[in-house]
Design a protein. Structure first.
Length: 296
């Protein structure tokens, strides 16, 4: 039986194997209306596979996914009616103008182009009456973003949406993601740019070799701390506290990531020979590096 429809998207043990290789391994999570979730991981971690399975482009080896209660494989047409999708590699009808493309895709949904879409085209600085074949790669990306935002579908799925966008356009696009959330739409997008994920996402999910290794909300991440501690002598054994991860340890110095209760850690530190203590917000970069190493 499908899960309750109150969740716009739900996956249960979603798995895709190619022979002995597992591209996605038992992915289970859900997204509610009005929520933005960022999907992180390097190339080959399973992000694109997850999105294609959710879209019904790939048949899962095992497990299932539902959009608004519709099974993404067995009821894929009904599921896709609830989705606006942007792939990482664009395939646009280049014999059309931007206006013709957006109008055509909206009419497939029984909709027509709205004034706010035309206003957004002007903000994106798109000449939507030019043939798509004559546009630069960055301008084509903006047309693709516009056709994805135009229908205001309940669920938005995007694979690396800000590729080829300049910083100003990225800011404008992220503003539109925030507006979509305010309208009650759910958004799931993959990205390599941690700063944009940290800015707009309510939750962050990290994939590693096809497995979901971390998922947490932004408030919890912002509560985490990075501590640099120097002791009067060799480093002491750290206490066994939930959410404590040792990043570096050298002689009398230690650097730790901590996402647990600060009073518990501070009580322990108060009884140790600490000569220096520096504390800063943990941030998404530190959490990502825990699973994939420092970014170049």
């Amino acid at each position: 039986m499908p899960p309750q429809v109150r969740m716009l998207l739900r996956t249960e043990n979603l798995t895709k194997r190619y022979g002995s290789f597992t591209a996605l391994d038992a992915l289970t999570f859900e997204i509610a209306p009005g929520e933005v979730v960022g999907l992180l991981g390097p190339n080959g971690s399973g992000k694109t596979t997850a999105l294609r399975l959710i879209m019904g482009f790939l048949r899962p080896t095992s497990g299932s996914a539902w959009i608004c209660g519709h099974h993404c494989w067995f009821d894929s047409v009904a599921a896709r009616r609830q989705v606006a999708y942007l792939p990482s590699e664009l395939r646009l009808y280049e014999n059309m103008t931007g206006r013709q493309l957006i109008t055509f895709l909206l009419e497939l949904r029984g909709q027509s182009i709205r004034d706010d879409t035309l206003q957004l085209a002007r903000r994106f600085d798109i000449d939507i009456d030019r043939p798509i074949a004559n546009l630069s790669s960055g301008m084509k990306r903006k047309v693709a973003l516009l056709q994805m935002l135009a229908p205001q579908a309940p669920l938005i799925l995007m694979d690396e949406p800000t590729n080829a966008l300049d910083p100003n356009m990225r800011d404008l696009f992220l503003e539109q993601v925030e507006r979509a959330r305010d309208r009650g739409q759910a958004v799931l997008f993959s990205s390599h740019v941690l700063s944009e994920v940290e800015r707009v996402c309510d939750r962050v999910a990290i994939l590693r070799r096809g497995q979901l290794v971390y998922i947490e909300n932004r408030a919890h991440m912002q509560a985490g701390r990075l501590l640099h501690i120097r002791f009067q002598g060799p480093c002491l054994p750290m206490p066994e506290l939930p959410g404590l991860h040792v990043r570096e340890q050298h002689a009398d110095q230690i650097t730790i990531e901590y996402e647990g209760s600060m009073p518990d850690l501070l009580r322990w530190l108060a009884n140790q020979p600490v000569s220096e203590l520096r504390m800063e917000p943990l941030g998404l970069n530190a959490i990502y590096s825990r699973y994939h190493g420092p970014l170049a």
